[in-house]
Design a protein around this ligand. Structure first.
Ligand SMILES: C[S@@+](CC[C@H](N)C(=O)[O-])C[C@H]1O[C@@H](n2cnc3c(N)ncnc32)[C@H](O)[C@@H]1O
Length: 166
C-alpha cells in the first residue's frame, strides 16, 4: 500500500523544521524589542532562532528539555513545539503565565476555535505554515499555523479563544 505523504502525523516523529519564510511572515508583525525570548525546542540551526538573532532580538535557544527551563528569566516563548507534546506544552506555559507565539497543527487550531480545548486564556490565530523540512532535507506538507497569547503589533491576528465579545 502506498503511504500518504501528508497528514500522517501518527506514523511520523516530531522532527519538522520550520521554514525561514514562515517565521518572517508571522514574526515580523510583532515588536519584540525589550522582550527576553526563549526558544525551548530549538537549537542554533532553527530558523525561528536564526530569524530572531538576525533581528538582533534578545533570544536564547534550548532544545534539550522544555520542562527544565527556568521560564522566570524570560518574557516570551517562541517555538514550534513537538507535536506529540503540544497540549501539555501549552497548558504548562499557561499555568506559569508565560506568553507564547508557537506553531501548532490546524487540527488543534480548529479545536481551539470550536471551543473544544478551553485553555482559559485569550488565544490569537496567526499565519499558516504548511511546509516543513525533515531531517533528511526533504520537505513535507502539514497543515499548521501560528497561535499566540499576545496580539501582533499590527493587530492582524484574530482571537480564536477568549474573545470578550463572544
Ligand atoms: C516540530 S520540531 C521543530 C524544530 C525547530 N524548533 C524548528 O521549528 O525548526 C520540534 C522539536 O522539538 C524537539 N523536542 C522533542 N522533545 C523535546 C523536549 N522534551 N524538549 C525540547 N525539545 C524537544 C524535537 O526534537 C524537535 O526538533
Amino acid at each position: 500500500m502506498q503511504q500518504l505523504k501528508t497528514c500522517k502525523r501518527k506514523t511520523l516523529d516530531d522532527e519538522f523544521y520550520t521554514m525561514y519564510k514562515d517565521v518572517v511572515r508571522e514574526l515580523h508583525k510583532y515588536d519584540l524589542r525589550n522582550k527576553k525570548i526563549i526558544c525551548p525546542c530549538d537549537n542554533k540551526e532553527s530558523n525561528i532562532y536564526k530569524y530572531l538573532k538576525d533581528c538582533y532580538y534578545d533570544v536564547k535557544c534550548d532544545d534539550k528539555e522544555w520542562r527544565n527551563i527556568d521560564y522566570s528569566k524570560y518574557d516570551l516563548v517562541i517555538t514550534n513545539p513537538p507535536f506529540s507534546q503540544v497540549r501539555e506544552f501549552i497548558r504548562y506555559l499557561i499555568s506559569i503565565n508565560m506568553d507564547f507565539i508557537i506553531i501548532v497543527s490546524d487540527v488543534l487550531r480548529y479545536g481551539i476555535k470550536k471551543g473544544k480545548t478551553n485553555f482559559g486564556v485569550k488565544i490569537y490565530q496567526g499565519k499558516d505554515a504548511q511546509k516543513f523540512y525533515r531531517p533528511d532535507g526533504s520537505i513535507k506538507a502539514i497543515h499548521c499555523g501560528w497561535i499566540s497569547t499576545i496580539s501582533d503589533t499590527w493587530e492582524e491576528n484574530i482571537i480564536i479563544e477568549g474573545d470578550d465579545n463572544e
